[in-house]
Design a protein around this ligand. Structure first.
Ligand code: MSP
Length: 518
């Protein structure tokens, strides 16, 4: 059975409209997925939405809609975002899907049968906004509750608990012996610090249906619905289970699908998530899987958070970046380029409109756009668009860029890979300035040198189109098309120098990144 490279995003709460942070995570994940495919790996990319829980129930109430009707409307918007961002996701999971509820039921039943769950009563202070009981440690020094908790009420209630504490030492050992499990390293250190500093409490995995009806009922106690995080984390095994993947179906006692015996996704290779939800993914999720006898994902990859103009994005102050608005004005690839080039996976980033425009102008319009446009236009003008015999002046630079980018993409170093591509773009632009083909064209004695220069330029453009595919898929295809090549340049195999053959006719050049007036 062929194990596919399986990569996921966090699933977004559908209690509002998508913003830059959500879009960024999707673009990062899509770029890694495309890169793996370009590197020749069969890849399955999953994204989706997190629809249960108090936040969504409250958002629906505020609009006077039933949670289901509200979620159906929002699902259209969030699926639309995936299309707007050019995502190559293979499936889109909704936690209201029947296939998902079935898997949540199965994992809960297994843990219950094994004696990993127990019912207990608890009195305490509860944050309505964060849907969590607070501890004394969460209080301010003066005894008040921080406004970030929203309304805090005193509650006594029965709930079901998951015996998580007993897995603490195992998890510490696992994370210590598997450095790649949580990345970057500083997030791994935070998780280890957290796990070593205090006993891990058992996890409350239900909410009384009387207080919160919008959730998945417990299969063995209908008075309770499943805690939204237990429900949401399970999404990652929902699709493998529904495709009959034995790595999930076996431990959960679900039927494997005999019609698709070739599908094997689990364990996930990478869960891409934001830094705020590392604990859920690096502590709760591995323990849930370990207790259920399911293999752990290979990596939790945590990205940083975006601010705008140095402050937190907030709808109330209007300080937000709306990805769709940016894309409508500047194009999808300009958006993808800015977020991937500006911010490495890990640290926090800061969006400024001035920074966005500066990168558009310098790197896209003047760098990439200018190289492609002048290379192709000169070939049209001086050689009627016909590719001359191969020449090698830039072949070493191109080979270095190919090797660097492939290595960087295998390590998910997206920002560094873009820098490597731009090193080649800058080199080729310098080559134009150094060789001055417009002067060569005036001197018939230099005809052969002009052929050589033009070959170097168009062949470099062809290679750049292949290297750009994971990052800027629209631009990559447009370059290919202008080169008169068919199909998407989506495979790194065979991307070596000399692909363009003598006598090949290129298409019509057209600007890739039109200049915008200030
Ligand atoms: N529903 C949970 C995730 C469940 S995964 C099993 C959730 N949803 S969320 O909508 O609040 O966030 C979704 C993702 O967007 C998270 O990974 C989060 O870190 C990311 N971001 C939200 N705001 C962000 C920024 N300002 N910047 C970058 N990413 C941010 O958490």
């Amino acid at each position: 059975m062929n194990k596919q490279f399986y990569i996921t995003t966090a699933i977004d709460y559908t209690n509002g409209a998508p913003h830059l942070g959500h879009a960024y995570e999707k673009v990062v994940t899509d770029t890694i997925a495309r890169a793996r495919r370009s590197l020749g790996q069969e890849t399955f990319f999953l994204t989706g939405v997190d629809e249960h829980g108090q936040k969504v129930q409250q958002a629906a109430q505020a609009e006077g809609k039933s949670p289901k009707a509200y979620c159906d409307e929002l699902a259209v918007i969030w699926k639309g975002l995936a299309t707007t961002l050019g995502l190559t996701n293979n499936d889109f999971v909704r936690t209201t899907d029947e296939r998902h509820k079935r898997v949540v039921g199965a994992i809960l039943s297994k843990l219950h049968q094994q004696g990993d769950l127990y019912k207990d009563s608890h009195t305490g202070f509860y944050s309505v906004r964060e849907e969590t009981f607070l501890t004394e440690k969460d209080r301010n020094p003066d005894g008040t509750w921080d406004p970030k908790w929203g309304q805090v009420i005193e509650l006594k209630e029965d709930n079901w608990y998951f015996k998580m504490g007993k897995h603490q030492q195992w998890l510490i050992g696992y994370i210590e012996s598997t450095p790649s499990f949580v990345q970057p390293d500083y997030r791994r250190n935070e998780v280890l610090g957290f796990l070593k500093s205090q006993p891990l409490e058992d996890l409350c995995i239900t909410r009384p249906a009387s207080r919160l009806s919008w959730g998945i009922p417990l299969p063995f106690d209908p008075e309770f619905v499943t805690y939204v995080w237990f429900d949401a984390l399970t999404n990652y095994i929902t699709v493998p289970a529904s495709l009959g993947d034995p790595a999930v179906c076996g431990p959960l006692g679900l039927a494997t699908n005999n019609h698709q015996p070739s599908t094997s996704l689990w364990p996930a290779d990478i869960h891409v998530i934001g830094k705020d939800i590392v604990k859920f993914h690096a502590v709760y999720w591995p323990i849930m899987l370990h207790a259920a006898g399911i293999a752990l994902p290979k990596q939790i990859l945590a990205h940083g958070w975006w601010q705008k103009d140095g402050t937190k994005m907030s709808k109330t102050t209007g300080n937000v970046v709306e990805p769709t608005a940016v894309i409508n004005e500047w194009g999808l690839d300009a958006f993808r380029f800015y977020v991937l080039r500006e911010l490495d996976i890990g640290p926090d980033g800061n969006w400024t409109d001035a920074g966005f425009k500066a990168r558009y102008q310098a790197e896209l319009a003047n760098g990439l756009g200018n190289l492609v446009n002048r290379s192709l236009s000169m070939l049209k003008r001086y050689r009627d668009g016909t590719v001359p015999a191969p020449a090698n002046d830039l072949s070493t630079d191109a080979a270095r860029a190919i090797a660097d980018v492939c290595g960087q993409l295998e390590r998910n170093e997206l920002q560094a890979a873009l820098q490597s591509i731009w090193t080649l773009i800058t080199r080729a632009n310098q080559f134009v300035d150094q060789t001055a083909p417009f002067k060569l064209a005036k001197d018939p004695a230099q005809a052969q040198r002009l052929d050589e220069v033009l070959y170097n330029l168009v062949e470099t453009c062809r290679i750049i189109a292949v290297l750009l595919w994971p990052f800027l898929p629209t631009t990559s295809c447009r370059i290919n098309e202008q080169l008169g090549l068919t199909g998407a340049p989506d495979q790194f195999t065979g991307v070596h120098w000399g692909g363009l053959k003598q006598g090949h006719a290129i298409g019509a050049p057209a600007p890739l990144f039109p200049r915008k007036e200030p």
